[in-house]
Design a binder for this molecule. Structure first.
Ligand SMILES: Cc1cc2nc3c(=O)[nH]c(=O)nc-3n(C[C@H](O)[C@H](O)[C@H](O)COP(=O)(O)OP(=O)(O)OC[C@H]3O[C@@H](n4cnc5c(N)ncnc54)[C@H](O)[C@@H]3O)c2cc1C
Length: 296
């Protein structure tokens, strides 16, 4: 069967694209491994009408609503590769089966590469967090920390001070005088000693232990971890990328089409600023653009 569209990644961006393709009465196959980026967080914030809901709940509702459209098919599993064919695209699944469609939406998301600090990974998405708009409000006026991980960490430390008293953990690195002055102006405490481990009950954080034996009392630690794309399908198809403050992103036009005609991309893989609302908006745009491209 030749679908109108194959969507690789059935989370926020992918399900939004599917909704608009299905509402245009076209067929779509959604291939999904079921590992959305925010699955570590107990609550998702900032997405209208779902503020504070569990990410898995939001996605289960969205998936059930998309599944109600008879022209949508879900394939649970991995899309391993994609190639151009005469009619469109062929996607090979992890099972070896091949699915074909006239258009392709890439919405396979990104993953965070967390630092190897004991006690950090198990708190990711709960008290070790990346985005103040997603989780910062809940830690208002508590003792906060920012771990130095990249050039932008010092900017993050200046911003986080909006939410509460902030310590910037240099983790053994140095900063220039201009950066130090800006941080001091914002009232940010600077801790130069490398971090040894994180402590607290369960997923809560109570302190950051340093290698000299001291512990700094902190209830939330922000990190700007590097990320990687979950698949190389876009690159293998020849889609161009461009640099962004968050690393390379798939280059798309205003309609979310990549530099390869017929291949669209949406969500975190296409932008520097990541959240559910943007991913859904991207998916909507890709879905509408695909529907229009099938008509003309
Ligand atoms: C810890 C944490 C907490 C967050 N909290 C919030 C929040 O409170 N509010 C908010 O707005 N944003 C939050 N975000 C950001 C949000 O998670 C992302 O912006 C959003 O998930 C991006 O949606 P997406 O559809 O682009 O990608 P994802 O949601 O990551 O979905 C990608 C999908 O593609 C699938 N996939 C990957 N590779 C393949 C493949 N080869 N074949 C088939 N399927 C594949 C995955 O399993 C996944 O289901 C948070 C992020 C993190 C890391």
């Amino acid at each position: 069967m030749l679908h109108d569209a194959i969507i690789v990644g059935g989370s926020f961006a992918g399900l939004a694209a599917a909704t608009y393709i299905a509402r245009g009465r076209r067929t779509a196959a959604i291939i999904d491994t079921g590992l959305p980026r925010n699955r570590f967080a107990a609550h998702s914030h900032g997405f209208l009408t779902h503020d504070g809901n569990a990410p898995a709940e939001i996605l289960a509702t969205a998936r059930a609503q998309v599944a109600a459209y008879p022209t949508v098919q879900f394939i649970d599993g991995s899309a391993n590769s994609a190639t151009k064919t005469g009619d469109g695209f062929a996607v090979t699944l992890g099972t070896g089966e091949v699915v074909e469609a006239r258009k392709l939406v890439l919405a396979y998301g990104i993953s965070d590469i967390l630092p190897e600090i004991p006690g950090l990974k198990e708190r990711w998405g709960n008290s070790v967090i990346h985005c103040p708009y997603c989780h910062g409000y809940e830690f208002s006026d508590r003792q906060l920390g920012v771990l130095n991980m990249q050039l932008r960490s010092s900017h993050q430390a200046q911003l986080i001070a909006e939410w509460g008293p902030t310590t910037f953990f240099l983790n053994g690195e140095t900063i220039d005088d201009a950066t130090r002055t800006m941080l001091e102006k914002r009232g940010v405490a600077i801790e130069p000693t490398p971090v040894k481990s994180l402590h607290g009950d369960g997923k809560h954080l109570s302190g950051v232990e340093l290698i000299d034996g001291r512990t700094v009392g902190i209830e939330a630690l922000y990190i700007g971890a590097p990320t990687r794309h979950n698949s190389s399908i876009a690159i293998d198809l020849g889609c161009d990328t461009e640099e962004s403050p968050a690393g390379p992103v798939i280059k798309v036009d205003g309609m979310k089409m990549t530099t390869v005609p017929g291949v669209y991309a949406a969500g975190d893989i296409t932008r520097a600023m990541h959240n559910v609302t943007f991913a859904v908006a991207d998916g909507v745009m890709a879905g509408v653009a695909i529907h229009a491209s099938l008509v003309y």
